[in-house]
Design a binder for this molecule. Structure first.
Ligand code: SF4
Length: 349
């Protein structure tokens, strides 16, 4: 574990970086050069910044540090999914997952945005960890750069999509999540289209409205998992302050303001939320704005009692949605054998 009092240079915004160079009597373009090294070229040391003089690199070294998130363990699933455990400078650990679908040329990164999570959804391994801290944008970007490298090395293809569905609730680390997306979509940098990025929330109405007001351009996924308040309260404590009425109103507001794609994530639990009545209630929740439903197979988490829906119940449930005009996809889970599937991150760490 690294111990230093120096500031991590990647926590400085452009204005602060500029002020630093001014205070050193350096021209303002130095700030742009260093900015590019940090956020586009993923420099990990000041020594790599070869268009700066040696003395200026030494000045940077005296004042700052670059705290990198580094991979210290990877596991590859039989289905090609790769889970990487990252160690942060303070010894905390997070996980990121590469989900390849070579036939569709789709290589998706599932990224973490917090160490642990405060929301304690009852079916989730991360929720059992408690929240330790937020990641800063640089630590989110490290996951992108490292997993992109893996994707290129192993599959010969860069990442095509990102989902903020790893450890943590993105809307409780809003500033850093938005910053990281700005860097990833910057036309002068990585330049990924925001349409290929999905932020997934457990459902915080106020923040969904804020995203609409901020006119974000990425897709939004709501982890719904139950179609009435009674059941949702049972598995997601966040629903007590953000009931379905308030969430639906916030999503309508989001859709009206941005027109961005919205989807529901719905983990099917046997005999809990997978009956015909649940399906009908879910159809109702799909009636006000365009929304697709992703039904996700549940993955076992040690110490949690839910079991996954059997094929027959799952088919009937999906059938009711489809027959009522809902766009529905049933997603078989990926990476189950390495605890990389939805809700399993941090399962064994
Ligand atoms: S499902 Fe998401 S929001 Fe809920 S505890 Fe797990 S990581 Fe947190």
């Amino acid at each position: 574990m690294e111990t230093t009092d120096k500031t991590d240079i990647r926590t400085l915004d452009k204005k602060k970086l500029l002020e630093f160079f001014e205070s050193q009597g350096e021209p303002s373009f130095r700030a742009s050069q260093v900015w590019k090294w940090l956020w586009t070229d993923h420099a990990t040391t000041f020594g790599e910044m070869t268009n700066l003089s040696k003395s200026l690199r030494e000045v940077l070294d005296e004042h700052f540090v670059i705290h990198r998130a580094e991979i210290f363990n990877t596991q590859k699933s039989n289905d090609g999914t790769i889970k990487s455990v990252f160690r942060l400078h303070d010894g905390a650990q997070i996980e990121a997952v590469l989900i390849p679908v070579p036939r569709d040329r789709r290589f998706t990164l599932c990224v973490s945005c917090q160490v642990g999570c405060s929301l304690a959804c009852s079916f989730c391994a991360t929720g059992k960890m408690k929240r330790v801290r937020n990641l800063h944008a640089g630590e989110i970007l490290d996951q992108f750069f490292e997993v992109n490298k893996q994707s290129l090395e192993i599959y010969g293809h860069p990442l095509t999509n990102i989902v903020y569905m790893g450890m943590g609730e993105p809307l409780l680390n809003y500033r850093e999540v938005i910053l990281s997306i700005n860097y990833i979509t910057d036309p002068d940098g990585i330049n990924m289209s925001p349409r290929r990025i999905t932020v997934s929330t457990a459902g915080i109405s106020k923040m969904i409205r804020k995203m609409a007001d901020d006119e974000v351009r990425f897709n939004l996924a709501l982890s719904l998992h139950a179609a009435n308040d009674e059941k949702r309260d049972e598995i997601m404590a966040i629903n007590e302050q953000n009931d379905l009425n308030s969430l639906m109103a916030a999503l309508q507001y989001f859709y009206d303001k941005t027109g961005n794609r919205i989807s529901y994530e719905y983990i099917a639990f046997q005999n809990f939320n997978d009956g015909p009545e649940d399906a009908k209630q879910l159809v109702e929740l799909c009636s006000s704005f365009p929304v697709g439903v992703n039904i996700i197979e549940y993955n076992p988490v040690e110490g949690i009692d839910f079991i996954k829906s059997d094929e027959d119940r799952l088919d009937k449930f999906a059938g009711i949605l489809a027959n009522n005009g809902v766009r529905v996809t049933v997603r078989r889970s990926r990476g189950k054998d390495i605890d990389a599937a939805c809700g399993q991150l941090a399962n064994k760490n």
